[in-house]
Design a protein around this ligand. Structure first.
Ligand code: DQQ
Length: 472
């Protein structure tokens, strides 16, 4: 236990298992007033392999209680090499998981049900539900079922890639969740597309859901033999075909992947993603790897793009509060903020960029500046960046700059909500861009917060900071 508490990089208000490896959130569902989270889990160590479904439950979206493992690979069965990603649905009162059974190179949808309020799960003798990918398609990958109901009919999309073409979400239909008929690709991407986003050669964890008067298609982009980033398309879903109108990345920080959205009883769309580690090789000594993002509320902006905001329930974690009065920030005097420091903070800052070419906030700063992580609005380039080139003195960790396109409207201030949780930095900018990264400062005094501008003067209009409580 002490090793966990003493581990300076272990998050305290982001969900993760007590030990071992976690990746994708799975099967998110609200059941009888409680939120259930399942997740890709290796109980055997901090590395990917022998994938189980871990399980946790929450009454408030913030505090989680660990539950017994929900699914484990069954030797000699279609999931003998792993219970990979999938979803959960309510089938006329029966909690039902549809997941990917892994056996050798074969990845096929399987089903399990629970009769004790999601605690234990029985796998169906008919598994796998689909015995082979559709014939006639030259596929790269076939995994990660996502299931929904329209009238009396169930639909399922499965992530895939069509060789030489691009990522694909393949659509199936069923009257009973057991017997499935292949229809056609719901939507296919272009592996050569790089603008406005790269959509890659294969899609993992596709998800379709209504949002506002449109539909949201989320995919996790696999390319060059590795997971890359998670993208969204907002568009129309008519006659079982999807047509995008706007698109973007769900997060530009380089660490957010395989998200899943839960629709709660009030209709809120709440998304969590997997935040992978940022070591260049294996973490030096940790007993754990992988952590879940904070819950993010999704909605549609008037221009048809996606709005993303931290769930208000997170405010329950706020403890000691500091407020900074409005101040000018000049290039000559980039300043440390007195009295505000820490590695488990929420910082809310409103900055008028004034005449600055770039401005922003630094966190986890050492007193002499040898370690620091900058969150930068680069107005000249129209980008929002997280600069972790000096985040750590350790050469074992990634030290680079991540970011994506971001522009403020005329007169619009920069509004940052920054959640620091040891090795996690999760940034929401103006409720329309997210930037999540992992940092591993080596110095115990790298705790400072600073403000900076380049090429002009900016004004800090308001800054509030709270110490954040642990969720355990
Ligand atoms: N993770 C799962 C797969 C999925 C991938 C395996 C995405 O089902 O495609 O752990 O991170």
């Amino acid at each position: 236990m002490h090793a966990l508490v003493d581990d300076p990089h272990r998050p305290q208000y982001h969900f993760l298992p007590t030990s071992g490896w976690m990746n994708d959130p799975n099967g998110l569902i609200e059941w009888q007033g409680r939120y259930h989270l399942f997740y890709q889990y290796n109980p055997n160590g901090p590395f990917w392999g022998t994938i189980h479904w871990g399980h946790a439950v929450s009454e408030d979206l913030v505090h989680w209680a660990h539950q017994p493992i929900a699914l484990a690979p069954t030797p000699g069965s279609p999931d003998e090499d792993g219970c990979w990603s999938g979803c959960a649905v309510d089938n006329a009162g029966v909690p039902t998981i549809i997941y990917t059974g892994a056996r050798g190179n074969q990845h096929l949808p399987c089903i399990a049900t629970s009769s004790d309020d999601l605690l234990t799960w029985q796998k169906h003798p008919a598994n796998p539900l689909i015995t082979a990918p559709p014939s006639g398609l030259d596929l790269i990958g076939f995994r990660d079922p996502w299931v929904w109901k329209e009238g009396d009919t169930w639909y399922q999309i499965i992530g895939a890639g069509i060789a030489g073409v691009g990522g694909a979400a393949l659509l199936y239909r069923s009257p009973d969740l057991i017997h499935w008929e292949y229809l056609h690709p719901l939507y296919v991407g272009d592996k050569h597309q790089t603008d406005p986003i790269r959509t890659g050669s294969m899609w993992e964890c596709p998800q379709l859901l209504p949002l506002g008067d449109r539909h949201l298609l989320i995919v996790s982009v696999w390319d060059d033999g590795r997971p890359l980033q998670s993208a969204y398309f907002l568009g129309t879903y008519v006659d079982q075909r999807f047509t995008p109108q706007t698109q973007g990345l769900l997060d530009y920080g380089g660490h957010f992947y395989a998200p899943q959205v839960l629709i709660d009883h009030t209709g809120r769309r709440i998304m969590w993603g997997w935040l992978w580690e940022g070591y260049r090789d294996q973490p030096p000594s940790a007993t754990w790897a992988g952590v879940l993002s904070l819950p993010r509320l999704l909605s549609m902006r008037p221009d048809g793009s996606l709005a993303m905001a931290p769930a208000p329930e997170l405010e329950r974690l706020r403890g000691a509060h500091r407020r900074l009065a409005a101040i000018e920030i000049t290039p000559a005097a980039p300043g440390m903020v007195n009295d505000i420091q820490g590695d488990a903070l929420e910082i809310s800052a409103t900055i008028d960029p004034g005449t600055a070419a770039a401005c922003g906030l630094s966190v986890r700063c050492a007193p002499d500046g040898t370690e620091q992580t900058a969150i930068v609005y680069d107005r000249a380039q129209g980008r929002l960046l997280i600069d972790r080139s000096r985040s750590s003195l350790s050469s074992a960790v990634q030290r680079d700059v991540q970011g994506g396109p971001f522009a403020l409207d005329p007169g619009e201030p920069l509004q940052l909500r920054v959640f620091l949780d040891h090795s996690v930095v999760e940034v929401f900018a103006n409720e329309r861009a997210c930037l999540t990264s992992r940092i591993y400062p080596s110095r115990s005094d790298s705790l400072g917060v600073g403000l900076f501008t380049r090429g002009g003067q900016a004004t800090l209009q308001a800054l509030d900071a709270w110490e954040m409580d642990t969720i355990w």
